[in-house]
Design a protein around this ligand. Structure first.
Ligand code: PLP
Length: 431
């Protein structure tokens, strides 16, 4: 009998953190690495936000606080919900969390029993699948298709929804595909669930990239679809919109006060409360009008980078990439490269049973990093179930233009390096 509980075997991971070890190994060998794996804006939080946190610490606002979150901050969140989602909710439906991530775990704990079915996007944020398997629920991936620009609608969901569907997770704008669901997509999904699922179904709507949509598109929220406020847990955080990833500040908007109280209780059972000076800085982020200009400038910069990056990717033989409508990632299809470099056969014949090699795109990701010095994330980083025959990478746009161009240049070199790949495989298998 080992020291660990059985259930930890089913806990997943987030490769975005793990790839850091590989990068360090490469750099220790003297290879320079261009990081296109990064999942956070390359901007710092705004000075007007920073100052509020510092002032609050100096004023002694550094003690335990209401586990649900400071009322005035929740008031600001309620105002933002009214302005952006046209929904009037009192602050007692809102719970402040340390980053957006806890809301994923809390939703699973609060709503999902072992054996319940949870539908979630694949590729999608890996923590969804991790919690589903960890809790012994039934993972039901809705596979996002390139031919639909990675959007999904009621037609795609119809065969997956059953009376056992307890929770549907949606994420728009999406990590990793950058797809943005339309109002029609959301309305169709809502009607389907109302007809087919258990009347107590819940939707976890992960909207952490809500501020990063391009080409003048509007972010549409499930919370704005009539009647869906009774079913929707909105997950949001200030991490991406306000470049505050390390601050760990997020929130949930819940259908009822009772559910909000349960999320508050989950806060009490984990970290008690989000630091008050962080919440006051979050309030400044939402209230200070200067931040609208700062966020718009960041959005424009991401859009410019996207245009350059997608064009450059589509010029590489063997790669094609849909233009993302939001978030800050490109999600190119690398099937052509996998064929050209012999990666598909190398995977089948040599690598399929190796630890940590989940799919052919994993092999290419490792090759691109260890030989050509460009860090990306493979398809399996965004859902392990059913990833083997889908050949994609995620590239982040969270670097300056020069770095992005250099990274794509290296990816182009890797994509053409047939001999290099064979050599890499031979060395890798011996190691
Ligand atoms: N949801 C998605 C889709 C994400 O990409 C991320 C972070 O990468 C999160 C949630 C978690 O956000 P936070 O850093 O606020 O916990």
């Amino acid at each position: 009998m080992g020291p660990l509980a059985d259930r930890v075997k089913n806990l997943g991971d987030e490769s975005a953190f793990k790839v850091g070890d590989d990068i360090r190994k490469c750099e220790a060998k003297g290879l320079s690495v261009v990081r296109l794996n990064i999942g956070e804006p390359d901007f710092d939080s705004a000075p007007n936000i920073n100052r509020v946190a510092i002032q609050n610490i100096e004023d002694g606002n550094s003690h335990y606080i209401d586990p649900q979150g400071i009322l005035s901050f929740r008031g600001s969140i309620a105002r933002v919900m009214a302005e952006t989602r046209n929904i009037q909710l009192p602050p007692d439906h809102i719970v402040v969390t340390s980053g957006g991530k806890p809301v994923i775990g809390y939703s699973m704990i609060a709503y999902v029993n072992p054996g319940d079915e949870v539908i979630y996007p694949s590729p999608g944020f890996p923590i969804y699948e991790s919690w589903i398997t960890f809790l012994g629920a039934v993972p039901v991936p809705v596979y996002l298709k390139e031919e639909k620009d990675f959007r999904f609608d009621a037609t795609d969901l119809e065969p997956l929804v059953t009376s056992k569907t307890k929770l549907l997770i949606i994420n728009s704008p999406s990590n990793p595909t950058g797809c943005v669901l339309t109002r029609e997509d959301l309305s169709g999904i809502a009607s389907l669930l109302a007809q087919k699922a258990d009347p107590n179904f819940r939707i976890l709507s992960d909207e952490v990239y809500d501020e990063i949509v391009f080409d003048g598109l509007r972010h549409e929220s499930m919370l704005s679809v009539p009647g869906m406020d009774r079913h929707t847990i909105l997950l949001n955080s200030l991490s991406k919109s306000f470049a505050m990833t390390g601050w760990r500040l997020g929130y949930a908007v819940l259908p009822t006060v009772e559910e909000a109280m349960l999320f508050r209780q989950l806060n009490i059972n984990t970290y008690s409360c989000t630091p008050p000076f962080i919440q006051m800085a979050g309030k400044a982020a939402l209230d200070n009008k200067e931040n609208k200009t700062i966020v718009s400038a960041m959005r424009r910069e991401f859009q410019t980078r996207r245009d350059v990056m997608i064009e450059a990717l589509n010029r590489i033989d063997g790669i094609c990439c849909v233009k993302p409508a939001g978030a800050f990632y490109a999600y190119p299809n690398i099937t052509g490269v996998c064929e050209k470099l012999g990666i598909l056969s190398a995977y089948e014949e040599k690598a399929r049973n190796l630890k940590d090699i989940a799919s052919p795109s994993t092999l290419f990701q490792l090759f691109a990093l260890y030989v050509h010095g460009v860090a990306t994330l493979d398809r399996s980083s965004f859902g392990q179930i059913g990833c083997e025959n889908s050949h994609y990478l995620r590239l982040s746009m969270a670097s300056d233009m020069e770095t992005l161009k250099e990274g794509i240049g290296r990816l182009a070199d890797a994509s053409a390096d047939v001999d290099g790949f064979q050599d890499f495989m031979n060395r890798w298998l011996k190691a």
